[in-house]
Design a protein. Sequence first.
Length: 373
Amino acid sequence: MENTLLNILGCISGLDENAVKEAKARQEVLAKPTGALGTLEDLSVQLAGITGNVKNDMTKQAVVIMSSDNGVVEEGVASAPQSVTYSQTINFTRGLTGVSSMAKYYGIDLLVVNLGVKMDIPDKLMTAEAVEDGKLTKKILNRRLSAGTKNLAKEPAMSREDCVKCIMTGIESVRAIKETGHQILGVGEMGIGNTTTSACVLSALTSAKGQEVVGRGGGLNDEGLAKKVRIVDEAVAKTKGMDVIDILANVGGYDIAAMVGAFVGAAYYKLPVVIDGYISAVAALAAFKLCPKSKEYMIGSHISKEPGYLIAIDNLGVKPLFNLGMRLGEGSGCPISFKIVETATAAMNLMATYDEGAIDADYLDERKERTFF
């Protein structure tokens, strides 16, 4: 399976440079001062590079949510019980969570994947097929490897083989999203304890210390926070010299590894992909380290309140689009970001050029050429 992954990584290419040039040229002649729409212009050019088309439709949207439990919660690093992973994974499909309520309102599809929820989800709520009747399944996609990962404070969280399986599940999920006609996706997660695994992965990838990347997660007290920092530093010390996959296997989680696969899959299948908050940003950074070209397909969303977020996003080099003080996770920043992306396409597709609007643009001849993203 690892050879298949390596083949996929080797096939990933960057943006379509001709489409990028054409999109930049169109932005120069739209009826506005160059750069007047700021990041919206950057997004329209990036989308052109991803799809190969200057004008794009991004109205069919999906969020993939990777759910799994983490053995490190045995160390007292989480304030919530693991039963929350179970409940929320089911609630995603019922439209009762933060991201699923937004998705229901906007008509966005969700693909919920069980990689290692500790409690047994009833069989009637799960399926083996990501696509049913030509659409993304409304059930939970069953890719469960075990009842959560092992305790990374005592041993590797998972085997390298299982890590690769998770990455491939992420790629498989994007294939399903592509096959069902979706034009853009976001990447979210659910897993009690995954701010600890994210902190470990981020620290191992960047050499940042535990105190720089560890936050309170869902509401950890001071004693729990100090213990969390110590566990992260001790676990990461064992990862020196490891490659990205081994880092994920030793101190990551099934959910994060699958999210890495989703970011890689987006680049492979040439779909724009939105990063959610902290955990999603760490997975995006790991995907970038695994496959640098994957970054060109990524779009930021919100600035997370978790302290490690800015370290992750700065190392990745992707700009977040907004700051609403959010820290929920689940992919909850993605629906909002999709609407910003739609706005970028609307301006590119529907705005008149100077000629079409019968506007004399001679007064703009001295404008400086704008540098896009």
